[in-house]
Design a protein around this ligand. Structure first.
Ligand SMILES: C[S@@+](CC[C@H](N)C(=O)[O-])C[C@H]1O[C@@H](n2cnc3c(N)ncnc32)[C@H](O)[C@@H]1O
Length: 227
């Protein structure tokens, strides 16, 4: 259960969550809720948050870093503009196999393209200022390294959504209270959050929802705004 918000509030919000349209998503949710599977997918309240953000933006192009079994890609596809496309990056063969199958079962092979390999190698091959939305949901220790590439591939006025930025609340604690093995992730996440909050290219906010979400707008989409 959450270490960021009171458990009873999280439970209440999750009880309000309604399954997305795709039966494949409903099936994945049911398997996880019944603990038959432990796939790492976004929390129900994060799914709802993303659905609202995408409904507002109506993106044509989305980049996801961290596909896992394809749950969030399929979810986001429900909020694309007509003929919109999602590119999603994944390095773990087990996940690639599961995601490919789920995307096929959802009939979304023409909408969602999976690029195999470590994002450290695949991200730099993607076009600049191309994506309306970037959803970063991969190894947390890499967020600070991937940030310049996320900014590069985002259109001006685009949105970067980053999940798990509070890492069960540990990020807000002093590093001396953190287990030594977690200290690198702790300092990298802090570095990431400080950077997005102080970047001249972004306007950001950190939201204590799920495991913590950072929402960053790439400045330059509105002619009246100062850089
Ligand atoms: C939290 S899961 C993603 C969940 C998915 N977005 C969803 O909600 O359905 C993180 C995934 O990122 C992948 N990953 C982690 N680091 C990566 C990297 N450097 N390059 C590509 N994939 C990575 C992991 O293999 C894992 O499947």
């Amino acid at each position: 259960m959450s270490e960021i918000n009171y458990g009873y509030i999280v439970e209440y919000i999750r009880a309000l969550h309604t399954a997305p349209c795709s039966p494949v998503l409903a099936e994945i949710e049911t398997q996880i809720a019944s603990e038959a599977e432990t796939w790492p997918i976004i929390k129900p309240e994060v799914a709802d948050f993303i659905r609202v953000q995408l409904s507002l933006i109506q993106p044509s192009t989305i980049l996801e870093i961290g596909t896992a079994v394809g749950y969030s890609s399929i979810l986001m596809s429900e909020h694309l503009k007509a003929d919109g496309k999602i590119t999603t990056l994944e390095r773990f063969p087990y996940m690639l196999k599961k995601a490919t199958k789920n995307i096929q079962r959802a009939g979304l092979e023409d909408t969602i393209q999976i690029i195999e390999g470590d994002a450290a190698k695949t991200l730099p091959t993607l076009p600049s200022e191309y994506y309306d939305v970037v959803f970063m949901d991969c190894a947390k220790g890499q967020y600070i390294n991937f940030l310049p590439e996320c900014i590069r591939v985002l259109k001006n006025g685009g949105l970067l959504i980053t999940d798990n930025v509070l890492h069960k609340g540990s990020v807000a604690k002093s590093r001396y209270l953190i287990d030594r093995r977690q200290r690198t992730t702790h300092s990298r996440l802090r570095d990431f959050l400080w950077t997005i909050m102080h970047s001249e290219k972004l306007r950001s906010t950190v939201i204590p929802l799920g495991d913590g979400i950072a929402l960053s707008y790439k400045i330059g989409g509105n002619t009246n705004e100062s850089k």
